[in-house]
Design a binder for this molecule. Structure first.
Ligand SMILES: Cc1cc2nc3c(=O)[nH]c(=O)nc-3n(C[C@H](O)[C@H](O)[C@H](O)COP(=O)(O)OP(=O)(O)OC[C@H]3O[C@@H](n4cnc5c(N)ncnc54)[C@H](O)[C@@H]3O)c2cc1C
Length: 506
């Protein structure tokens, strides 16, 4: 065998798995179809003045009991990467009727929410108890199937939140606590990072998302997410790992029912060969649907293919990156994250339709990197980004000219909406770059341009999510597509778990 493990893709899941395996002395090869590492955890230099971050606004956690701490310490991440704490609160919520900033500290958040919604005092306190209990139970439930088997009948007694909320949605969670729709809308402000419909998004996932942010706040990686990826690349190389960039894996070789290698092609014109390389273990950081539909060939994988193709894929996001020649913090903006709901939205039930409706009314989030030392822009300038729930269908079938024209039109519309909200910014945006769901498909090969893997529905979340181990012997997954899911914390955990599972075999 050429390698102990071959990892397809260098997104966060692939890099974390690679770092752990090389640290434990394994011979590892990572193959990436792009010329740079990171997948979404990557940056693009637009000009001498501006660099944009493709896949990070804010990383949750880094509080005392955050499970990521163990991973970061083991992989020297705190030595290689600097984290910048975001100090402007959780987010500012604005919908014309309400305009306030929710603190990222639980006590202060409760106090403020009670001040803004006095009729809901009891429910607000109960809500925080519920989301904390869900988070505690989910973190404490044993991961091993053996232990789960033993405690199985006692789960409702030991971890009562899990059966109580397991089949429920974020919408159910809000409806069962609150009457005031503006309160629900405010607390659902960052829903687009997890799902496009509160009534399809798992209650457990959104509860954990909120609870962890109220415990540890959020951080940004100084210099952008590419620093995180390059930090891990450095670590892997120092521990003997090898990288191949600009190479697309086209097949996972399976012999006698066991994965034992990959075939890949180079993106370089001069190399037309199909290369074959062997490994004891194959780890796909590449999207699971790609593995099922393209990389695993032949009839014998039909059942797995059918199982995967039945699952719902997560939504995508449209990003309009903005270069400011005067940082918004100097013009009076005080929030890192501003959630803007269209005033026509008066109920949580309207959110899903809003995400599919006119861009002129679609809810958006504005992130202002001038509130922190992001190191993404030259002195006296800064970067911002508008994010909107979006779908590949809105961009997929367009010709090159139509695509360019639509990107321009939509970008100008959102810039105008931002100017209306923050009139002092007018004239200070001197650069923009649009990343659509189509950009994301082209750049990472994720179906639909999703960044979450499979949608976070109750049936596809928590213990119900696809696991690291595939049905093919010696083939594993480490990405947003598998347990626990998408986003930094979850993908880091997926890569970490996968490596530990693989180490038992190597
Ligand atoms: C705009 C945006 C903002 C975000 N903000 C946040 C945030 O603030 N906080 C947060 O926690 N999360 C955020 N996320 C989500 C987070 O970035 C992703 O969930 C995470 O990076 C996914 O990592 P992954 O390991 O699953 O792999 P991916 O990033 O999907 O990478 C997969 C890699 O595999 C490679 N690949 C695929 N197929 C092949 C093949 N056949 N051969 C070789 N290579 C292949 C791809 O090129 C890619 O490099 C954001 C995402 C986006 C898009």
């Amino acid at each position: 065998m050429d390698y102990d493990a071959i990892i397809i893709g260098t997104g966060i899941g692939g890099l974390i798995a690679g770092a752990k395996l090389t640290k434990e002395g394994k011979k590892v090869l990572l193959i990436e179809q792009e010329s740079t590492p990171g997948g979404y955890a990557s940056c693009l230099k637009l000009s001498d003045d501006y660099m944009i971050d493709f896949g990070l606004h804010a990383m949750d956690g880094l509080y005392e009991k955050d499970p990521k701490i163990e991973v970061f310490e083991d992989l020297d991440i705190f030595f290689n990467i600097e984290f910048e704490k975001i100090l402007t609160g959780f987010y500012k919520f604005y919908n014309e009727r309400k305009d306030f900033t929710i603190p990222d500290n639980e006590e202060q958040a409760i106090e403020k929410l009670v001040e803004w919604f006095p009729d809901e005092e009891k429910s607000i306190k109960k809500f925080f108890k519920t989301i904390n209990a869900i988070t505690k139970d989910t973190h404490n439930i044993p991961r091993s199937k053996f232990m789960q088997g033993i405690i199985g009948p006692f789960v409702p007694m030991i971890f009562p939140s899990i059966p109580r909320w397991g089949g429920k949605t974020a919408g159910d969670l809000f409806d069962s606590h609150f009457n005031n729709e503006d309160l629900k809308l405010a607390l659902a402000g960052t829903i687009q990072y997890y799902g496009d419909d509160p009534y399809k998004l798992s209650a457990i996932i959104y509860a954990i998302a909120l609870s962890t942010r109220f415990k540890g706040g959020t951080h940004y990686i100084k210099g952008g997410s590419i620093k995180f990826s390059y930090g891990l690349v450095k670590f892997i190389k120092q521990h003997g790992g090898t990288f191949l960039f600009d190479r697309v894996v086209t097949r996972i070789v399976v012999e006698r029912g066991k994965a034992c290698g990959v075939e890949y092609i180079s993106k370089k014109e001069s190399d037309k060969k199909i290369h074959k390389i062997s490994g004891k273990i194959i780890i796909a950081n590449a999207p699971v649907p790609q593995v099922a539909n393209e990389l695993l060939q032949g009839k014998r994988h039909k059942k797995f293919r059918e199982q995967i193709n039945k699952l719902d894929v997560g939504h995508s996001i449209l990003n309009i990156y903005l270069g400011f020649n005067k940082p918004p913090i100097e013009i009076g903006n005080t929030s890192y994250t501003t959630v803007v709901n269209d005033p026509s939205i008066i109920s949580l039930h309207q959110i899903a339709d809003n995400h599919k409706g006119d861009y002129e009314k679609r809810n958006f989030i504005f992130v202002d990197f001038s509130q922190i030392d992001s190191m993404l822009a030259s002195s006296g300038r800064s970067i911002g980004v508008i994010s909107v729930v979006d779908y590949i269908e809105n961009w997929g079938g367009l010709s090159k000219a139509e695509y360019t024209a639509k990107k321009k039109e939509v970008a100008h519309m959102f810039i105008d909406r931002l100017y209306k909200l923050m009139p002092d910014m007018v004239g200070h945006i001197d650069y923009y770059y649009v990343s659509t769901p189509r950009t994301k498909v082209e750049y990472t090969l994720n179906p639909n341009g999703t960044f979450l893997g499979f949608a976070y529905t109750p049936k596809q979340s928590g213990m119900m999510r696809l696991k690291n181990k595939s049905p093919v012997k010696n083939l594993y997954f480490a990405s947003a597509w598998t347990f626990p899911g998408g986003g930094y914390s979850s993908t880091i955990w997926s890569g970490w778990q996968c490596a530990n599972e693989v180490l038992k075999k190597l």
